[in-house]
Design a protein around this ligand. Structure first.
Ligand SMILES: Cc1cc2nc3c(=O)[nH]c(=O)nc-3n(C[C@H](O)[C@H](O)[C@H](O)COP(=O)(O)OP(=O)(O)OC[C@H]3O[C@@H](n4cnc5c(N)ncnc54)[C@H](O)[C@@H]3O)c2cc1C
Length: 452
């Protein structure tokens, strides 16, 4: 390892070195990585050098930007952290942005919003733009514009042989397609070029009801949501609200039903579309109003503090009265369900369209996405996995049979991991993995082909 240090611009740290624990830590504290060494990459050159060194020493490689997707702990190997790779170049005329591996969505939005342009960030702009997009990227505005992966023009990627490749729909198209939705299976992406789009006025926010109103509100949601035009993106969650600066005291520290709503276009039309939910039950709070794009996190109000989380889910073909009953039986008020959040996102609209090009994204055939968040902190850690499993089992009759790689928790064996893709895409991923990663260097997190 001594020979690596002078070749790398960023820090190279071993367990026990000052700064090692901070370097490997991320947003999700549930997975504590214990690599043999961590390389804090400053730039693409550092990534190439580290991967070449790892390949020569048969040292497996993991990658982490923010740790929002640190679902599985990494034991041994070389962890590449990309948080210093903050390149961000916006070209408002050509409507594209070049985004480094460590950039968070929040920085991208701050840079493009003044130009009236948009991207397809997820519910938390604290997540990394590259890691999220490689997992397909299920966005807040997905029903209008599709998956984040649909808007990628080009990637620069260091494959496990240590080569830097510039890939797009014309150059190495199979690798490009499988990186978009295939997540970290085939290489370490150093920069991503995204197409931006003009973004008109937004109406967005949430409506909150007491948790006891879950049956009435979720039933109304299941009737109302499927008829919405694509301009509306929405989800609903039964959740325990924390006390934090972002959360209104009227709903803090209690169980609520939280409807999230975002409308792109004429706000008056958006208000009309929302009316059936506004007149349902007795809302505690309604924050839906014209929304500054830079405040888009106000729609979902995701956790912003690191914690011991598990996020998982399943695509559903329907969310009818029987599915609602099954959900409430396991997660409704009074069930002692330990999960802080059990949600249903509406799919469809542009999410159902064909991708802009060939890719590895899953979920275009789904009507809804069941989204579950658990905590693995002391006190609930033992109750969380069985609660997640019970809800997934109860909703299995409505499942499309597919999971979403970005929100797939801690998938166990190969067959469970394979469910994050269609059979055809999974087979292509396994073939590509054997070609690009014959040493199986990229074996951490949600990777395929581990049964050899
Ligand atoms: C609060 C919260 C809200 C979320 N909301 C959404 C949402 O609305 N929609 C959605 O789709 N997802 C959502 N996610 C999931 C999120 O998209 C994934 O966790 C994603 O992996 C985050 O990327 P990251 O780089 O920040 O995470 P990291 O933990 O840093 O990386 C996770 C994985 O991404 C891959 N990866 C990261 N960087 C690279 C790279 N440069 N090259 C190759 N692979 C890389 C690797 O497999 C890595 O293990 C959410 C997660 C959280 C915690």
């Amino acid at each position: 390892m001594a020979e690596l240090v002078p070749q790398i611009c960023g820090p190279v740290l071993l367990p026990g070195d000052p700064g090692f624990a901070e370097e490997v830590a991320g947003f999700n504290l549930a997975a504590v990585h214990r690599p043999d060494l961590v390389v804090g990459a400053d730039d693409t050159g550092d990534v190439i050098t580290a991967v070449q060194w790892a390949a020569a020493h048969d040292e497996p490689v993991g990658v982490q930007a923010t740790g929002h997707g640190a679902d599985l702990p990494m034991e041994g190997g070389l962890l590449l952290t990309t948080r210093r790779m903050q390149e961000l170049v916006v070209d408002p005329v050509r409507r594209c942005a070049r985004i480094g591996a460590g950039v968070r969505w929040g920085s991208v939005i701050d840079a493009i919003a003044p130009h009236g342009l948009g991207v397809l960030n997820g519910s938390s702009t604290h997540a990394g733009a590259v890691g999220y997009t490689l997992g397909g990227g299920l966005p807040v505005l997905g029903r209008v514009f599709g998956f984040a992966a649909d808007w990628v023009r080009a990637l620069e990627v260091v494959t496990p042989d240590g080569r830097l490749r510039a890939v797009d729909a014309e150059h190495e198209p199979e690798l490009f397609a499988l990186l978009l939705g295939g997540k970290g299976n085939l290489g370490i992406v150093t920069t991503m070029t995204l197409e931006l789009f003009p973004l008109g006025p937004l109406l967005g926010g949430g409506i909150f009801w007491p948790g006891e109103d879950a049956q009435e509100v979720l039933a109304a949601f299941s009737r109302w949501a499927p008829g919405l035009p694509a301009a509306a993106s929405t989800s609903v969650a039964l959740r325990w609200m924390p006390r934090s600066a972002e959360v209104d005291p009227r709903v803090a520290r209690r169980q609520v039903v939280h409807l999230r709503f975002c409308w792109v276009g004429d706000p008056e039309e958006g208000r009309r579309a929302l009316e059936p939910m506004r007149s349902t039950g007795r809302p505690l709070l309604d924050t839906v109003a014209p929304l500054d794009y830079r405040r888009i996190d106000r729609v979902h109000l995701d956790a912003t503090q690191p914690g011991l989380y598990v996020l998982t889910g399943e695509f559903l073909r329907d969310f009818d009265a029987a599915a609602l009953a099954a959900l409430l039986q396991h997660a409704g008020p009074g069930t002692q369900c330990p999960l802080p959040e059990v949600g249903i996102r509406l799919m469809g609209g542009a999410l159902a369209g064909p991708g802009a090009r060939d890719d590895a994204v899953t979920g275009r055939d789904a009507a809804f996405f069941l989204e579950l968040i658990g905590r693995l902190s002391p006190g609930v850690a033992e109750r969380t996995p069985p609660a997640l499993a019970a809800i997934l089992r109860a909703l299995a009759p409505w499942s499309t049979g597919r999971a979403f790689v970005n929100l797939h928790g801690m998938p166990g064996g190969e067959s469970e991991r394979a469910r994050a893709w269609s059979e055809e895409v999974y087979a292509r991923l396994v073939r590509a993995k054997a070609v690009y990663d014959p040493q199986n260097l990229l074996r951490f997190q949600h990777v395929v082909g581990q049964v050899r």
